[in-house]
Design a binder for this molecule. Structure first.
Ligand code: SF4
Length: 109
C-alpha cells in the first residue's frame, strides 16, 4: 500500500497522462476524419434570410443552401422570403465562384 502522498501524486500523473493521450487522439482524428465543407456555403448562408421556415421545401435554410451548392437546386427564388437583391447576389456569386472541383454552377433566380 502506497502512502497517501504517493497515491495523490500517482493520481495526478495518471490524469495528466490520460489528458495528453486523449489530446493526441483528438488531434489525429480531427486531421484524418475532418469533413471538408464547400467554402461557398458560408458566403451563401450569410446572404440567405435564415428564417428556417421550410417554405422552400428543404429542411431549413442550410438545406436549400446545400441543394444550391450541390447543383440539386438551380433556383435561388425557391426561397420564398428572400429579397431580390440578395437573390441576385447569391445567383451571381454561385455563377462566378468555382467550387472545390473548379467548376462553377449554373444558378438562376
Ligand atoms: S424558404 Fe428561405 S427562409 Fe425559409 S427555410 Fe427556405 S431558405 Fe430558409
Amino acid at each position: 500500500m502506497l502512502p497517501v502522498w504517493a497515491q495523490i501524486v500517482l493520481a495526478i500523473v495518471v490524469v495528466v497522462l490520460l489528458g495528453v493521450l486523449f489530446s493526441i487522439l483528438i488531434a489525429v482524428f480531427s486531421k484524418y476524419f475532418a469533413v471538408k465543407e464547400d467554402p461557398r456555403k458560408e458566403k451563401v448562408m450569410s446572404l440567405i434570410p435564415g428564417v428556417n421556415c421550410g417554405a422552400c421545401g428543404h429542411p431549413g435554410c442550410s438545406g436549400l443552401v446545400d441543394a444550391l451548392i450541390s447543383g440539386k437546386e438551380t433556383h435561388v427564388k425557391q426561397c420564398k422570403v428572400i429579397k431580390d437583391d440578395k437573390a441576385n447576389e447569391i445567383k451571381n456569386y454561385l455563377n462566378e465562384t468555382p467550387g472545390p472541383d473548379g467548376q462553377t454552377l449554373k444558378v438562376d433566380l
